[in-house]
Design a protein around this ligand. Sequence first.
Ligand code: SAM
Length: 335
Amino acid sequence: MSDQVNGLPQDPTWPELKLPELLRNDSVRQVHATIEKEWDFLQRSACQTAAGRALWKHVVHDPLAELLAGETYLRNLHDKIKRDHLNKAREISGVILAVRTLWFDSRLEFALNSPNGREAQVVLLGAGMDTRAYRLSCLKDSDVFEVDFAEVLQLKATILQAAKEDDQQKILCRAKSLTRVAADIREDDWLEKLKTSGFLPEKRTVWILEGILYYLTQLHAMQVLRIIAEKCTLTHTVLLADFMNKPSTTLSSSSFHFYSDWPDHLLPSIGFAHVKLSQIGDPDAHFGLLKDPLNQFNKLLSVPRSVQNHPDDGTPCCRLYLVEASGSPDQPKGH
Ligand SMILES: C[S@@+](CC[C@H](N)C(=O)[O-])C[C@H]1O[C@@H](n2cnc3c(N)ncnc32)[C@H](O)[C@@H]1O
C-alpha cells in the first residue's frame, strides 16, 4: 500500500483539520464562495494571513481567524504544515505569520502603554481579516480605524455579523471604537476618507502596516510612508511595519514590489526621529518558535545585511524586517 496520498505522506497520528460549525452557516459559506470567485490575489491574501493565525492558535489567540480565513485557506495551510512536520522541516509553514503577529501585538501594546501613547488612535492600513479590535484589551482607550478595499471590509463585516448572531460573546469589541474605512491607499483620497470617518490628524496615532507595504509599488509605498511621516510634525506618531528586503521580493515577482534593504535609514530620511529594526529570529522576534539554529531565519542573523546571497550555499538572503519608527513635533528628525 502506498504511504503517500495526494503527495502527502500519511501519518495516522497527525490530527485532521477540524472546521468550526459556523463555516457551514449559509451566509458564511456564500461569503467564502464569493471570495474565491471574485477576489484577486491581493484581497485573498487577507484570508491567507488569517489562516496562519488560525493554525498557530497554540501561540496566537485569535478565535475568529478560522471563520475569517475560510475552508480553502485553512486546508491549504494545514496540508503544508502537516507535510513540514512529517518531513521534519527546519521551519514550519506559517511560523513567520505567527512571529509577525506576536511582534505587532507586543509592540502595539508597548506603544499604547507608554506615556506618549495613552488613548492614541490606531490605524490599520490593509487591515484585511485582522481582529485586534476584538482581541487586544490594550485597545480599550483607542479609536481603531481599519482601512482596506470596500469588498474586503464588507465581507468581513458579514462574517463577523454571522458570528455575532451565533454567539455574542465571541465577538465583543475591546477597542473604544472601531470604524471601517473603505479606501485604496494607492489613491490620493485615502487620508481624506480616514478624516471623514473620524480620524483626527493632531491626535497621537499608532499606524499598523502589517503585510501590506510590499504589495505596493515603490511609488505608492513611499507615498503612504511619507504621508505617515508628515504626521510626526503634528503629533506623536508611531509606525509599526514589516519590510521585505530585495531578495524577498523575488519569491513572488508578480505579487511583491516594494522593498527596502535599509528601512532604518529610509525612515529617518523622511521624518521619523527613532527607528528600531528587528529581523525574524532576533531575541524580540522569535517568541520561542524558531529553535533550530539552522533554520533559514537564524542562519541569516550572522550574515551582514549588505550580503544578498548566503555565503554557504549561494541562496538569496530573504529577510523580513519588523520595524518600529516614531517621531513627534518636539523630537528633531533623524535622532
Ligand atoms: C496580506 S493581507 C494583510 C492583512 C492584515 N494586515 C493582516 O496582517 O492580517 C494584505 C491586505 O492589504 C489589503 N490591500 C492591499 N492593497 C491595498 C490597497 N491598495 N488599499 C487598501 N488595502 C489594500 C488587501 O486587501 C489585504 O486585505
